[in-house]
Design a protein around this ligand. Structure first.
Ligand SMILES: *Cc1c(COP(=O)(O)O)cnc(C)c1O
Length: 383
C-alpha cells in the first residue's frame, strides 16, 4: 500500500519526460485513457459482447480484410508465440527471415513448436530481399512456414512483405508476419498473402500494451486443423479462440475487458482520421525526421532510404558518446525520452519514434532540438 502511493507520487510532472518519442509504448490519446477507465463489465454482458464484436470489425477495416480477427489477451509476444505454437507441426521446415532482433528471436518460438528452422540472415541495417526468399524455395521446396517481421523496430528497417508473401504462397507455404510496429501506421494487408498477421495496440495504433491481435486466413486455419494433433487447450492456442469464441460464442478465458475498450477507441480514432491520411502522415513525418537528422550531420542507421521504416528513425550513435550519456542527458536536461535499441544493436543506435498520435512534426521537432542541444552540451563537457 505504502509502496504504491510512493510510486504514484514519483509520477509527477517535474520528474517525468514532457515528450516521449520512443519505439513504443508511447503516450496515448486522451480518448483512449478515458475508454480504459470506463467501468469493468462482466465479459458476457451484452454490452461488452457488442463492444468486443465492434472492435474486431474495426480491426478488419484497419487491415482492409475479411479474414478472421482474434484478440488474445496478453502482450504482443503472446500473439507471436501463439502463431508458431498453433501453426507449426512438429517436423515442419520453417524459413525464418532475420534482419533484426525480433526476427532473430522468432526462431525460438518455431523451435518450441517442433519446427526445423532454416534462416536467411542479413546485417541488421539491411532488409531481406524477395530474391533471397525465392532462392531458398528453390533449394528447399518443402518449406512449410515462412516467418518474417515487417517493421524491424529496433533497427528502423522494413522488409518487403508485400512481395515476399506471394512467393511463399506460390510455393504452398503459410506465412507469419510480425506487423506489431507497422499496423496502424502503414499499409499492412493480409490479402497480400499474410496467413497470420500479428499486431498489438502499443505501437502505431496508439493504444496501451496488453492485447495481441491476430488476423488469420483460411489457409492458416486449415493448416492448424490438418496437424496430426491440432494444438488446443492452451492460452497459446489460436484454435481455441476460433472454436470456442468465433464458432461457439464462449471465451476460452476472460478477456482483458478494459483493454478491449481502449483498443476499440484507439482503432476508432485511426478510422476517423482515415487510413490514407494516417499512412501519409507517418511518411511525411518520417521524411521530415530523416532530413533533420542528416542536416545535423548525423548518420541514419539503415543502409538506404528505401528500407527505412516510417514509424521510427534509427540514428547511428556518433563516435565518443554512449547511449546512456546521450539519452540520459536528453531526459534529465530536456525532458525528452527517446529509445535505445535491443539485442546486438544496443549501444549502436538511438531511435526517435513517430508512431500513431506521436507522428507529428511538432513533437519530432522538439525531439530533434533536444538531441541537437544534448550533443552540443556533451561536446562542451568533454572539452
Ligand atoms: C514492439 C514489438 C514487439 C513486441 O515486443 P515487446 O518487446 O514486447 O514490446 C514485437 N515485434 C516488433 C516488431 C515490435 O516492434
Amino acid at each position: 500500500m505504502k509502496r504504491g502511493i510512493e510510486l504514484i507520487n514519483c509520477m509527477n510532472p517535474r520528474t517525468l519526460p514532457q515528450i516521449t518519442q520512443c519505439g513504443g509504448p508511447n503516450p496515448v490519446p486522451e480518448r483512449v485513457l478515458q475508454a480504459l477507465s470506463k467501468q469493468t463489465l462482466y465479459h458476457y454482458d451484452p454490452v461488452f459482447l457488442k463492444i468486443y464484436e465492434d472492435t474486431t470489425e474495426k480491426i478488419k477495416q484497419l487491415f482492409r480484410t475479411n479474414n478472421d480477427v482474434i484478440m488474445m489477451h496478453g502482450e504482443a509476444v503472446l500473439g507471436l508465440e501463439a502463431a508458431a505454437a498453433s501453426l507449426v507441426a512438429p517436423g515442419d521446415l520453417c524459413l525464418n527471415l532475420v534482419s533484426g532482433p525480433f526476427g532473430k528471436g522468432y526462431s525460438r518460438h518455431l523451435k518450441h513448436a517442433g519446427g526445423r528452422v532454416i534462416e536467411i540472415e542479413v546485417p541488421f541495417n539491411e532488409s531481406i530481399t524477395t530474391q533471397q526468399v525465392a532462392k531458398a524455395f528453390d533449394e528447399h521446396p518443402d518449406i512449410a512456414v515462412v516467418s518474417m517481421v515487417h517493421s524491424e523496430t529496433p533497427a528502423g528497417t522494413l522488409n518487403p512483405i508485400e512481395t515476399i508473401c506471394p512467393v511463399a504462397k506460390a510455393h504452398g507455404a503459410v506465412t507469419i508476419v510480425d506487423a506489431v510496429s507497422s499496423a496502424g501506421g502503414m499499409d499492412v494487408c493480409p490479402d497480400w498473402g499474410i496467413d497470420i498477421c500479428i499486431t498489438s495496440p502499443q505501437k502505431c495504433i496508439s493504444g496501451t500494451p496488453g492485447t495481441a491481435v491476430a488476423v488469420v486466413s483460411k489457409d492458416a486455419w486449415k493448416k492448424m486443423l490438418d496437424r496430426e494433433e491440432p494444438f488446443r487447450g492452451s492460452i497459446l492456442s489460436m484454435l481455441d479462440m476460433k472454436e470456442r469464441w468465433l464458432e461457439g460464442g464462449r471465451f476460452p478465458y476472460t478477456p482483458s475487458v478494459n483493454q478491449v475498450y481502449a483498443l476499440n477507441e484507439a482503432v476508432t480514432l485511426i478510422l476517423e482520421e482515415g487510413l490514407d491520411h494516417v499512412f501519409a502522415r507517418h511518411e511525411r513525418v518520417a521524411n521530415y525526421c530523416r532530413a533533420e537528422i542528416r542536416a545535423m550531420g548525423l548518420e541514419l542507421w539503415p543502409v538506404s532510404d528505401e528500407i527505412m521504416s516510417t514509424c521510427v528513425t534509427a540514428i547511428t550513435i556518433p563516435e565518443g558518446i554512449t547511449d546512456e550519456q546521450l539519452r540520459g542527458w536528453m531526459r534529465e536536461k530536456y525532458k525528452v525520452m527517446i529509445s535505445g535499441s535491443h539485442g546486438e544493436l544496443s549501444g549502436k543506435l538511438v531511435r526517435i519514434g513517430h508512431m500513431g498520435n506521436t507522428a507529428t512534426e511538432t513533437r519530432v521537432m522538439v525531439a530533434i532540438d533536444a538531441l541537437k542541444k544534448t550533443l552540443k552540451d556533451i561536446g562542451k563537457e568533454e572539452q
